[in-house]
Design a protein around this ligand. Structure first.
Ligand code: AMP
Length: 407
């Protein structure tokens, strides 16, 4: 797939570029303020920013951060992100407290060549998620062109993704080009067996693409919150286990019941592999006391318990499959790895993927976090900066934002 790369844009000195970035990172509290300790998504966009600066333009950054659901939430402001970007570029990055409105427009009007301006979290506005076109148009006011480098947010149909592309000429940034080149290289003709490992908590996104991924893969190993949907679909009692996340993409939203969808997938595909044993607990915190239950022996999750990690038998079984695979795609932790009692499944599977003699592609914010936590950096062929985008792309889902950016 060839995109209209930013390299092809003809710039005039002093033009104003709306750079669409995916700076959706986890912030941490330090004293009374918030900081951005994980800057990988910022670092990934530096080549594009530096290229744009060389062209003598001013840059306005637009992103969302987490899920404030249309409300202003101080903990999700973009200030720490602007500060970290400024540190990385050794240049001031100005920050405004909104992404639309008079004050923002007048600040953009004053933007000069070489100026950098961070807009506020676009998800503070409910119009963002409903893809409101008036709001999308407002986001582009006073700007000359779009450089789209937000790979991790490309699969959402929002005002700040697809919406803005109607109003200005748009080009892809270098991160977007790199992601697509790498994913295409690795996955166009995957070496078989191809194993896909899916975990994590964004259930709706994953259930959506499973039908298509199951057709391509030799097997799909399921863990994390996603396993709950499949266990329930099989009639297994899942107690208080996590079952569904918030559907953020209202334009893409189909009225699907994930458990029903999982039932269908299990009926049609025999290559969905589910955990054999589980670690469960009554609470999801550091004080939780894990209990091992073996599903193959008919043991059950009690009504007041939650599934929080895969058990040792599952780890062994999944690791054997991983060892025999020639291509591996992995998205999402296998358990609640942030709590030490429930990290073993994710840790062992991460190590198994890292040492497999296979082409390995991983993606997703939390999967990257896992890689960092277990010091496995540099052990994978491609680490995508967007898990959901990666899965949609590989599943051949329609991605209207990419269609608009095609050459
Ligand atoms: P995702 O963004 O979809 O990759 O989800 C990552 C999150 O899934 C992590 O914060 C994990 O703690 C969480 N997770 C993994 N396994 C489970 C589980 N069994 N129940 C609830 N949350 C889980």
């Amino acid at each position: 797939m060839k995109l209209k790369s930013i390299k092809k844009a003809k710039f005039l000195r002093g033009q104003k570029v709306l750079m669409r970035v995916a700076y959706d990172i986890t912030l941490a509290k330090k004293g009374k303020s918030w900081i951005a300790p994980d800057n990988r998504r910022l670092v990934a966009t530096l080549p594009t920013i530096k290229y744009l600066l060389k062209q003598g333009v001013g840059i306005v950054f637009l992103s969302w951060l987490k899920r404030p659901d249309g409300k202003v939430m101080d903990k999700y402001r973009m200030d720490p992100v602007a500060k970290e970007l400024s540190r990385l570029l050794k240049k001031p990055v100005d920050k405004v407290n909104d992404c639309v409105g008079l004050a923002v427009r007048s600040r953009i009007k004053k933007l000069k060549s070489g100026d950098l301006l961070m807009l506020e979290n676009v998800r503070f506005h409910p119009e963002e998620m409903t893809s409101n076109s008036r709001f999308a148009k407002e986001l582009t006011q006073g700007l000359d062109l779009i450089c789209f480098d937000a790979w991790a947010q490309i699969h959402r149909i929002h005002a700040s993704t697809l919406g803005i592309l109607k109003y200005l000429p748009a080009y892809s940034g270098f991160l977007l080009d790199k992601e697509i080149n790498n994913l295409e290289k690795i996955t166009k003709h995957p070496k078989k067996p191809l194993t896909i490992i899916l975990g994590g908590a964004k259930i709706s996104d994953k259930v959506n693409v499973l039908q298509s991924l199951a057709q391509q893969a030799d097997q799909i190993l399921i863990g994390g919150g996603l396993a709950n949907v499949f266990l329930k679909a099989q009639g297994v009692e899942i107690g208080r286990s996590y079952l569904e996340d918030v559907f953020v993409d209202q334009a893409k939203r189909k009225k699907i019941n994930p458990v029903k969808a999982a039932k269908n997938i299990l009926k049609q595909h025999k290559n969905i592999v589910l955990p054999l044993d589980l670690l469960v607990a009554k609470q999801m915190n550091q004080r939780a006391k894990p209990r091992l239950i073996n599903l193959t022996k008919g043991e059950q999750i009690e009504k007041n318990e939650m599934f929080l990690d895969i058990g040792p038998q599952t780890i062994k079984y999944y690791s054997e499959i991983i060892k025999k695979s020639r291509t591996i795609l992995w998205n999402g932790p296998l358990g609640v790895f942030e709590i030490s009692q429930f990290e073993l499944g994710t840790k062992k599977i991460a190590r198994a993927v890292a040492s497999a003699k296979a082409i390995t592609v991983i993606g997703g914010g939390d999967t990257e976090e896992v890689v960092k936590k277990y010091k496995l950096e540099g052990k994978f062929d491609h680490v995508s900066t967007g898990g959901g985008a990666m899965l949609d792309f590989l599943a051949g889902q329609k991605l209207p934002v990419l269609d608009k950016l095609k050459e």
